[in-house]
Design a protein around this ligand. Sequence first.
Ligand SMILES: [Zn+2]
Length: 275
Amino acid sequence: MEEMTSAKEHPMTRSHDDELNRAVAHLNGATRMVALTGAGISTEAGIPDFRSSEGGLWNDLHLMVSLSSWGFRLAPERFYRQVLKLIPPLLKAQPTRTHYLLAEFERMGKLTTVITQNIDGLHQQAGSRNVIELHGTYRRAHCIDCHHAYTFEEIQNKIHQQELPPRCHRCQGLIKPDVVLFGDLLPPEALARATQAVRECDLLLVLGSSLVVYPAADLPQRAREAGVPLLIVNLEPTPYDRHAEIVIHTPLGEFSQFIGDRMGLKLHPPGASPQ
Ligand SMILES: [Zn+2]
């Protein structure tokens, strides 16, 4: 008797297949989903998790200071030398099946918004249009004095010409990537849009986020207050697992392949032929 009660309260104790089948039912029925994506979706695309507890770059104190907002202001050349080491995996990365799954849901009119903690731009590359980037993007930059906008390619050209740190051609101000650095405030407008989106959706998909870094850790709570069910897919347990309708601890790629097969969706680049 007691066991049955606990099985009901703790979705983790249900079988994997059971959870996947329930996920399909929820996804089929949803008409205005929101997805919240974290580092797990990018690591499957080959991008290292800067903040992971094991072997994460943030364990290197010097690197963390160099890449903080103070490091940028005090030693911009060193900041850019560190950034250059992080760029190659970002340039090589391609969207995963999970990125394409979310783009397909949006195209079908079932998903309104992707909220991401990642800075790699892979959601847009996969075809998602309404993407809220809580931590910004490496693909754009701006002058900290006159706010002139620069593309990643323009910054790359300056660096190739040994301009380190790259400076604004209009006012000689420092150019800063549009990434939220350690010590930066989160963009309030993006945070407000994200909070509104999770409160108004009919299913919040949490994919590849451990839900410990603010503000991602806060958004599922906002959804729950509005009565929105949670579907969590993450390799590791999260603090919200016991509050979620469905919890699946599996690699995102496997989850997305299963969902794609069951719902008859194409999870590949637009124009490419299925494998
Ligand atoms: Zn400028």
